[in-house]
Structures are given as C-alpha cells and as structure tokens.
Design a protein around this ligand. Structure first.
Ligand code: SF4
Ligand code: SF4
Ligand code: SF4
Length: 275
C-alpha cells in the first residue's frame, strides 16, 4: 500500500485534467477539449510518474510531449495563436476558446495550484532553450526584469491597434504573428542564453507571460519547501537552480520565489534530502 501511495500525485493530476477535459467537452459541446486536456493530463502524469521512478529525463519528456503538441499541432496545423497576442485577440473578440482557455488554465488560475509548472514542463520556447549549454546560470542575475513589462505592453498595443484600425483578415494576421513571434522568441532567447551564459535569460528578463505568471504563482499551493532540521546550508540547491531561487527560505517572499519553475533540480541535488 505504501509503495502505491507514492504514485498518488500523478493519479490526482490525471483526475484534475480529466475533470477539466470532460467539463469543457460537455459545456462547450466540443470533443476537442476532451482530447486536448486528456492528452496534456496524461503527459504530465507520465512525467510525474517517471520522476518518482527517478528517471533523470522525466521533465524533458513532458516538455517535448506537451511543447511539440502545442507548437506543431495547435499552433501550426490548427492555426491557433496560443501566444499572448492570441490571448488578447480571443479576449477582444469575446470568445472563450483556444488561447483564452489555455491562458486561464495554464497561466492565470492554474498557477494558484501549480505555480510556474507551465514554464518547467510545457512551454515550447523553454523546450528549445533548455537544450542549450547553460543549464545553470554562470553569471549573477541582472536587474533588467522590467523589460518584460515593455514586451507585455507591446503585445497588448499591437492587438488593440489591429482592432481599433478595423483591419480585416485578422485570423490570417494572428497566424502570421504566431510564426513571426515564435521565431523572434527563439532567436532572442538563444542569443541571450549565449550572451549571458544562462539558458533561462529570456524567461527572466523578456517573456511577457511572466506578468501573469509571477503574481499568481506567489500564492501557489505546490511549492518546494526546505526541512530546516536536515539542511546543512551547503548552498548546492541555489547553485543548481536555473532561476536563482533561494529555496531554503520557506516564506512566500523568498528571493526570486515567483521564478520557481518546479524543475526539481534542487530536490535531486540536495545531499541531505532536505527539500
Ligand atoms: S517564462 Fe515565458 S518563455 Fe520562459 S518558460 Fe515561462 S512562458 Fe515560457
Ligand atoms: S542543498 Fe539541501 S542541505 Fe544544501 S543548502 Fe540546499 S536544502 Fe540545505
Ligand atoms: S531548482 Fe528548485 S527552486 Fe530552482 S526552479 Fe527548480 S524547483 Fe524551483
């Protein structure tokens, strides 16, 4: 029984996503939602299961399963703009579909439960950036996080301007914006990673989505916590953290606390199993 208990988390995860899948399928009368959220739930549950089984590439498996599905199937084949511009677009048209549902689940209300799990396990931008050589930052964090507010405002202004100007063919423009936007994200993300010797530099300074993610994940229920009785203050957790989180501080105000992507590198590397 005890051996089975450790698999409770993937089971709960699967149940939560199935509940979302079935609810949206029935309320929106669209079987796509059943397929979509079941697929994502199964991918996440599989990743959690592999992590519990101590498979070292568990997180990468989930990143590829979810990230490629969203980028290639939803983005390129179904032509859904799942980036922040797509969110504004669907929001302005008053349609609770695609990007608005995606943002509500993964980036606005979901983080109250699983923090920035999206960034660690599903984002198709980070899926590529995490293959680069600087898995842990080689330089101290820079104080340029304000850039994210400029990119956030730029995305809002761009879509607002299209609506205010009454531009036609918005569906096609949003698809082009998805392709160009992704190419720009990958380009800037890769250049920054090499320039700052930090794979996640784009996430730390540029990504507009963090304007939603950071405040919501402040209240996250799922967090990495430190058992102070076991911790010997060796500093290993901080060293391996890609996001510079002071994970030994259990308060919500811990340094870079809203940056945690739940990658579990600190947990895996703690010599005292204190996390
Ligand atoms: S910060 Fe942005 S680019 Fe980075 S993983 Fe999160 S959503 Fe993706
Ligand atoms: S790695 Fe473990 S023991 Fe070392 S400082 Fe972090 S929590 Fe404490
Ligand atoms: S290493 Fe630990 S504290 Fe840092 S992002 Fe990953 S889970 Fe969060």
């Amino acid at each position: 029984m005890k051996r089975l208990k450790k698999y409770l988390t993937p089971v709960i995860m699967l149940i939560v996503f199935e509940a979302i899948a079935v609810t949206l399928w029935l309320t929106k009368n669209n079987i796509f939602y059943l397929f979509n959220f079941s697929y994502i739930g199964i991918s996440l549950a599989l990743g959690t299961f592999l992590f519990i089984r101590k498979y070292s590439h568990a997180r990468r498996v989930v990143q590829l399963l979810v990230g490629l599905y969203m980028l290639i199937y939803l983005g390129l084949i179904c032509r859904e703009n799942m980036q922040i511009e797509g969110f504004w677009y669907y929001l302005f048209t008053g349609v609770f579909e695609a990007a608005t549902i995606h943002y509500a689940v993964a980036k606005i209300f979901g983080p109250l439960l699983f923090g920035r799990g999206w960034c660690g396990y599903a984002c198709w931008t980070a899926m590529v950036l995490d293959f680069l050589p600087y898995k842990t930052p080689e330089k101290p964090r820079k104080k340029i996080g304000w850039i994210r507010y400029i990119t956030f405002a730029a995305s809002l202004v761009f879509v607002s301007a299209l609506f205010l100007a009454g531009v036609g063919g918005l569906e096609r423009i949003m698809f082009l914006a998805f392709i160009i936007g992704n190419a720009a994200y990958y380009g800037v993300g890769i250049i920054l990673a090499f320039a700052l010797k930090d794979n996640r530099a784009f996430c730390k300074y540029i990504c507009p989505v963090t304007v939603f993610l950071k405040p919501m994940s402040y209240f996250a229920m799922i967090r990495v916590k430190c058992d102070k009785d076991k911790c010997i203050s060796c500093g290993k957790c901080r060293k391996v953290c890609p996001m510079d989180v002071d994970v030994t501080d259990n308060s919500r105000k811990r340094e870079n606390g809203t940056e945690c992507i739940l990658c579990m590198e600190c947990v895996r590397n703690c010599p005292r199993k204190a996390l």
